[in-house]
Design a protein around this ligand. Structure first.
Ligand code: PEP
Length: 253
């Protein structure tokens, strides 16, 4: 059975005090209110990781993620953070290939493949983001485009390694815009990705791969999106900064 996951990507938001306040609120609401078996992942900025981990503690079904990593294990890469460093502060997941990383920091599929390898070699679970621009969608070849992202960054993996990956489909035109993909649009892409994964790795692995939707997911649209048979949860940006909204999304399965 594939996992249901809701991950909050805080991006470059929140001072340490604000981040710890948000974490405390989310953790106590998760304990008091969440009755389903969803996994909740918080992805704060790097400098918050250690303290957020301490606050999450052993809260059931709550995990810690980074928003990025460097593919090198160590060395002269000023300003960068390696996977062993993330593991050493208790991170379990890392978001890779977010469209903002691709756009502003020129990350490409090949470099992301190296980051994926570094994570898997150190036991960190990649939440691998993919998604098309509005221009690509309007051009009509959006499914082929997103499949190519997956192929170039993930299809070198063995079956065993691929089975550890979480995928997040995030249409760029829906990120932070308030323009959510319709449930039909999300389901169409998620089903296509699962089919493509099945061609490469077989039905068992495809059926067990969690594919999250991201892009203006909010409490009022999460239930409809999560009800789609191939949508296994969400990667949440803006709404993950408000504890009430984020936990309401977690409760939407
Ligand atoms: C994101 O950045 O991953 C995201 C989904 O953002 P938002 O929810 O704000 O659209």
């Amino acid at each position: 059975m594939r996992k249901k996951i809701v991950a909050g990507n805080w991006k470059m938001n929140n001072t340490i005090d604000e981040g710890l306040q948000l974490t405390s609120e989310i953790a106590s609401m998760v304990v008091d209110e969440v009755a389903n078996d969803a996994i909740v992942v918080l992805a704060p900025p790097y400098i918050h990781l250690t303290k957020v981990k301490q606050l999450i503690g052993t809260t059931k079904n709550m995990y810690l993620s980074a928003q990025n990593c460097n593919e090198q294990a160590s060395g002269a890469y000023t300003g960068e953070i390696s996977v062993p460093m993330l593991v050493s502060v208790g991170a379990e997941y890392v978001i890779l290939g977010h469209s903002e990383r691709r756009e502003y920091f020129n990350e490409n599929n090949k470099q992301l493949a190296a980051k994926v390898d570094a994570c898997l070699a150190n036991g960190l679970t990649p939440i691998f983001c993919c998604g098309e621009s509005l221009e690509t969608r309007e051009g009509g070849d959006f499914i082929a485009f997103v499949c190519q992202q997956i192929k170039e960054s993930l299809f070198h993996l063995s079956k065993e390694d691929f089975s550890k990956i979480v995928i997040a489909y995030e249409p760029i035109w829906a990120i932070g815009t308030g323009m959510t993909a319709s449930s039909d649009q999300a389901q169409e892409m998620h089903a296509a990705l699962r089919g493509y994964i099945a061609e490469q790795y077989g039905n068992d692995i495809a059926d067990n791969t969690s594919i999250l939707y991201g892009g203006s997911c909010k409490p009022d649209n999460a239930a409809e999106l999560f009800a789609c048979s191939d949508v296994d949860g969400g990667l949440i940006g803006g709404a993950s900064l408000k504890s009430r909204d984020f936990v309401d999304i977690v409760k939407s399965f």
